[in-house]
Design a protein around this ligand. Sequence first.
Ligand code: 13P
Length: 251
Amino acid sequence: MTRTPLIAGNWKMHKTVDQAEQFVQGLLPRVSTADGVDVALCVPFTALAAMVDSTRGSRVEVYAQNMHWAEQGAYTGEVSAAMLVELDVHGVVLGHSERREHFGETDRALAVKVPAALASGLKVILCVGETEGERERGDTQRKLRYQIQEGLERVPTEQLGEIVIAYEPIWAIGTGLVATVEQAQDAVAFCRALVADRSSEQAERTRILYGGSMKPDNAAELLAEPDVDGGLIGGASLDPETFSAIVSAAA
Ligand code: 13P
């Protein structure tokens, strides 16, 4: 089974609409000929509509960085799946460690958000990963098991292969510390084994990304690992040149 690699840029809270437009004008010509790789940009809510318009007809898909699980309701400041679908947004990143750490995102909530997004036709990138302390204590697998089992609990088995999982060791996010290729491969293969506990057939379809200080100079070796199906890129996704260099490394 060959899985098409996915390179997704997570802008986090960066770029006004104007800055996003400038980025995309720089990016599109650079990635137009990259074959055999899917490309996504996960952008702030305020830039979604403009980015959907500016990337229409290109290979670049546009994702949101969060959503609420309910169809509508008294949830001030939140955005529903239907609101994203209305804008032609392709997907959503759920459970990023920054949302877990700073905004109280829980595995319980994700167990509801993930199937709600899928049911609305949105693609999902579910983020998981351990802290430095958890790795040092030998708790990496326990953390991943908990996050993946709970996050995917209510996803119908036949849809597991549509999910993208991003393994992002928290100690590698924004720190310049990148996991070794062995650490990345081991953790990503473990994530796949957890999906295989539900369905080995679906686990072969599930794309599992690595994230955490991925840059043009380390992307190729990480992406060469057999279970690493792409990258979720933070800092290096803010510049069209560095982001497209990572796309080329995956192509
Ligand atoms: P960096 O690439 O800046 O380490 O961020 C990774 C990340 O959190 C992507 O979601």
